[in-house]
Design a protein around this ligand. Structure first.
Ligand code: APR
Length: 177
């Protein structure tokens, strides 16, 4: 089962990397960003300081420190501004940027939160199909990638992703949930 949708707390996930929905400063924040920094400890912020920020749509890799995950891949999603400011393209680029680092570092498992659908206001019904399309493409393309998990923080969010997956069976190689 290469793609899994679960409800839970991404800071508890033991994967080669978990993805952080950061802001362009990479200096922490609320939401999943705050949770990851709290769980990883102060060394994560110290390493992030040296990265000198990250533009929206791009991604940077750090160690995981006190997290069970070996690495954190920080990506900066688009702020939703109504849908006419290339938000969908920038969100897709976040996933592509994360998978470029997964490939570069030969990572076998990665877990995502629902990028941009919290404080950044991106409608989750629009974000889920974009996320699943990019994940499906990566699972097809990267032979070493064994597992991608999307960790949803609420039952409602999980349901949106499950419905999106059911609506696009092609994005679910080898069965799921
Ligand atoms: N595990 C998994 N998902 C979580 C967790 C967690 N521990 N905490 C929150 N989430 C979920 C939220 O419920 C939401 O569905 O992560 C998703 C993304 O929400 P945010 O964390 O608000 O991220 P985003 O919408 O991308 O906004 C990023 O918020 O925290 C700041 O510094 C961050 O400025 C940046 C902005």
């Amino acid at each position: 089962m290469k793609l899994e949708l679960v409800k839970g707390d991404i800071t508890k996930v033991d994967a080669d990397a978990i993805v952080n929905a950061a802001n362009s400063s990479l200096l922490g924040g609320g939401g999943v960003d705050g949770a990851i920094h709290r769980a990883a400890g102060p060394e994560l912020l110290a390493e992030c300081r040296d990265l000198r920020g990250c533009p929206a749509g791009q991604a940077k890799l750090t160690k995981g420190y006190r997290l069970p995950a070996r690495h954190v891949i920080h990506t900066v999603g688009p702020v939703w501004r109504g849908g006419n400011a290339s938000e969908e393209a920038v969100l897709a680029r976040c996933y592509k940027s994360v998978f470029a680092l997964v490939e570069q570092h030969g990572l076998r498992s990665v877990a995502f939160p629902s990028i941009s659908t919290g404080a950044y206001g991106f409608p989750i019904e629009k974000a889920a199909p974009i996320a699943l399309r990019e994940i499906h493409a990566a699972l097809e393309r990267l032979p070493r990638l064994e597992k991608v998990t999307v960790v949803l923080f609420s039952p409602g969010d999980l349901e949106v992703y499950q419905r999106a997956l059911a609506a696009a069976p092609a994005s679910n190689p080898g069965g799921n949930v």
